[in-house]
Design a binder for this molecule. Structure first.
Ligand SMILES: Cc1ncc(COP(=O)(O)O)c(C=O)c1O
Length: 394
């Protein structure tokens, strides 16, 4: 093929081709369960001990199976490097504690996954790190909250869990001074590419859509090599190290990311339209639906609305209970991005750790249901949810 005819690879193809620098000709990545490796000599041991991100020295420093997973995520995000962690929260806390010290200031968005919120609101102050929480839907508020010379980190999550508010990546990526971090878990690399907007660190709970099969607990960040190495150095102390078994499952999941995301997002779009027209539903929260207050921003920075949505049942907690009980296909389980359609009642589960006034401030009502659309036939998903929402409204 000549240069003229060469087309840039699509991300769906990268999901299949990337992360293959492991030794041997196996198409599936080999599983290195090793926690330690024999060194040839003292000199070799000394060199390994001083090599950042060495993956054949000691398990807490790195692992070849984990490296393969990291290479694939870095390629998907268009980044120089990636670092995996034992969970999404392992990634969030390692980034924050690697980059911030007592006296530093963080600007974080108010609408955050509950345990990230706990880290910022309860843990950071204990270490002398001040956090200002900002409404992420106000594009200028993030930049306005930055204290030049003192703010070390600006942290956003877009779309946000569980109401799918968006942060404007172009505005956040344009903030000069602090490191900018985007938790991109609810979109994933096929839906949005935060580095292209100037974001320094892209973060995923790979437990979700990247792994995609509910069989891995995993986190990952991407960014420039130097920055990833700095976080890696702290992570060897923090110890939230990715398991090679989970990384293997994570990479296996990435191979099918393209077809899974396309299928589930098409179904999610139909579910959003059905719910928006249903009399028992007070509001639908889906970036791909025109009722979303930031629909224009979604069109600018997301390829489509994604595979998850939430909605408010007009009848509050009792309607929520009827809805959950009436679902036959959709399952009540706390996660997203797997093959099964999952539902969650945030007020009693994922957001239960938040104080009631904070839940209210964030707009997480008693009738809110979050749906992670799965890989079942779209007609079956639609029929199940439509039936359940009708029962909820009766
Ligand atoms: C947006 C977001 N970020 C981070 C996390 C934490 O990920 P993990 O459960 O893998 O620690 C979650 C978990 O639900 C999440 O939804």
């Amino acid at each position: 093929m000549t240069d003229e005819t060469h087309q840039p690879e699509h991300a769906e193809t990268t999901a299949v081709t990337a992360g293959r620098s492991y030794p041997g000709r196996s198409l599936a990545p080999p599983l290195f369960a090793a926690s330690t490796y024999e060194m040839e000599s003292l000199d070799a041991a000394r060199k390994a001990a001083h090599t950042p991100r060495v993956d054949a020295f000691y398990g807490r420093y790195g692992n070849p199976t984990v490296t393969a997973f990291e290479e694939a995520v870095a390629a998907l995000e268009g980044a120089e490097a990636a670092q995996a962690f034992a969970s999404g929260m392992g990634a969030v806390s390692s980034v924050v504690l690697a980059l911030c010290s007592a006296g530093d200031h963080i600007v974080a968005q108010r609408q955050l996954y509950s345990h990230s919120a706990i880290l910022f609101q309860a843990v950071c102050p204990r270490f002398g790190i001040e956090v200002t929480l900002v409404d992420a839907t106000d594009p200028e508020a993030m930049a306005a909250a930055v204290q030049p010379g003192r703010t070390r980190l600006v942290f956003v999550e877009t779309p946000a869990n569980p109401l799918f508010q968006l942060a404007d990546l172009e505005v956040v990526g344009g903030i000069v001074g602090p490191f900018t971090v985007c938790d991109s878990t609810f979109a994933g690399p096929l839906v949005q590419r935060p580095h292209e907007h100037g974001i320094d660190i892209v973060l995923h709970s790979a437990t979700k859509g990247l792994s995609g099969h509910n069989d891995a607990t995993l986190g990952v960040i991407t960014g420039e090599r130097d920055l990833i190495e700095a976080v890696w150095g702290y992570h060897t102390v923090h110890g939230a190290v990715a398991s090679p078994f989970d990384a293997l499952n994570g990479l296996r999941g990435i191979r099918t990311l393209g077809v899974r995301v396309a299928h589930a997002a098409a179904t999610a779009q139909r579910v959003a339209e059905m719910l928006a027209d249903h009399p028992a539903v007070a509001a639908v929260h889906y970036p791909g639906h025109e009722s979303h207050p930031q629909f224009d921003l979604a069109k600018r920075q997301m390829a489509h609305g994604g595979t998850m949505l939430s909605f408010d049942l007009a009848g509050g907690i009792e309607a929520g209970r009827r809805f959950v009980d009436a679902c036959a296909l959709a399952r009540l389980a706390t996660s997203v991005g797997g093959p099964e359609t999952l539902i969650v009642h945030p007020a009693t589960t994922t957001a239960a750790a938040l104080p009631p006034e904070e839940r209210e401030a964030q707009g997480i009502g008693d009738g809110l249901i979050r749906i992670s659309v799965g890989l079942e036939h779209p007609d079956d998903v639609l029929a199940d949810l439509q039936h359940a929402v009708t029962v909820a409204g009766s």
